[in-house]
Design a protein around this ligand. Structure first.
Ligand code: FES
Ligand SMILES: [Fe+2]
Length: 369
């Protein structure tokens, strides 16, 4: 990975609105990476399951009778129907609604209606659900379509050790909401790692934080950052102030963290929350921001959602206004701030590498799918 490329916006405009780019990303990136699927509290009991779309691959994560978490492709081995949708409990097995093939929580095919008459040669052992990979970190469950995927620990790399004293596993998921953003998912990620906009787009909501002392660090494909409260500010306006996290140190309690696990798992920390907000691509111009709030168990979910979403709504509105212009005949990205927008160039480099598109110092307009 060449990280010496000077600061340029490496993606062409059509990366933000064409179905060709969207499809390529689904196939080469999101079908080949880890996805945040659930809090482990959502998979506490045998039979509990959640579904997650991993690029082109619908997956289901389920807790077995033996208490093991497993992940499978949510694709019936008979004629391909999705076995389950959303989340729920399937203690008696995953039963396909189409023709009632019944799969155990270990993925094995257990029963096939009319088997003797209609499927006399069928060997149950050959038609179990296709495996995928599952991993956990910090009370969160992740899924990957490939059973022999790069381990979750490797994908996260140094990130868990570089988010200060936060230990997400000590917190409880107290809220889970989704927002629709009418923009390409990459605009939302770029906005997340853009330091420059903090002074301006968030002039009101993040005014108590000292952006001059914002620090960020690129950790391979991932990114971590921190900024402290301004001197003399005691109670951050961002937070509800009644549910402080007890296990973090003073520095973390008086600052704001923002992190990103490539490509789209965004995180933020404050004295009262550890949030994840995944930029889930739905269409070239539509992204679902899937926000989960982890906090002390007695925290007020509504207050935390209000404080966490105050700046996220500003970000969504900003990204939507850029998205509205990406098809303009005059849309060009100008110079990037050499330090405060540098992470955008690095994100583009990692994205192009994942998509097998060479950068080679070529002008952005030459990048094609
Ligand atoms: S498609 Fe699932 S049982 Fe037929
Ligand atoms: Fe922002």
């Amino acid at each position: 990975m060449d990280t010496t490329t000077d600061n340029r916006y490496l993606l062409p405009a059509d990366a933000y609105w064409t179905s060709d780019w969207f499809d390529l990303e689904q196939r080469r990136l999101f079908s080949r990476t880890w996805h945040l699927a659930a809090a482990d509290s959502e998979l506490a009991q045998p039979g509990d399951y959640v579904t997650v779309d991993a690029g082109l691959d619908p997956l289901v994560v389920v807790r077995g009778i033996d208490d093991q978490l497993r992940c499978f492709h949510n694709v019936c081995r008979h004629r391909g129907m999705g076995l389950v949708a959303g989340c729920g409990n399937a203690r008696s097995g995953l039963v396909c609604p189409y023709h009632f093939w019944n799969f155990g929580l270990d993925g094995g095919l257990r029963r096939v209606p009319q088997r003797e008459e209609q499927f006399p040669d069928l060997d149950l052992a050959e038609w179990g659900l296709l495996p995928a990979a599952v991993g956990t970190w910090g009370g969160m469950v992740f899924a990957h379509p490939e059973p022999d995927a790069e381990p979750l620990e490797s994908w996260l790399g140094q990130l868990p050790a570089k988010i200060g004293t936060f230990q997400p596993a000590l917190l409880t998921q107290v809220a889970h909401v989704k927002y629709e953003a009418r923009c390409n998912w990459k605009l939302f990620v770029e906005n997340h790692v853009d330091v420059l906009h903090l002074w301006y787009l968030h002039a009101g909501t993040l005014a108590d934080f000292d952006h001059q002392r914002f620090e960020w660090e690129q950790l391979g494909r991932n990114w971590v950052s921190f900024e402290p409260l301004k001197a003399g500010v005691n109670v951050p306006r961002l937070t509800a102030s009644t549910t402080a996290i007890t296990h973090i140190d003073d520095r973390d309690a008086d600052g704001l963290g923002a992190h990103a696990a490539f490509p789209n798992v965004l995180m933020a920390t404050s004295s009262e929350f550890f949030i994840t907000y995944v930029a889930q691509p739905r269409a070239p111009d539509c992204t679902v921001v899937d926000l989960r709030v982890r906090a002390e168990p007695d925290a007020d979910p509504a207050a935390l959602i209000r404080s966490a979403s105050s700046f996220i709504h500003e970000d969504i509105a900003g990204c939507e206004r850029v998205q509205a212009n990406v098809r303009s005949s005059r849309y060009r990205v100008g110079p990037l701030a050499q330090h405060h927008e540098r992470p955008i160039t690095l994100f583009h480099q990692h994205l192009l590498e994942a998509l097998d598109i060479p950068t080679n110092g070529a002008p952005a307009c030459a990048a094609t799918v």
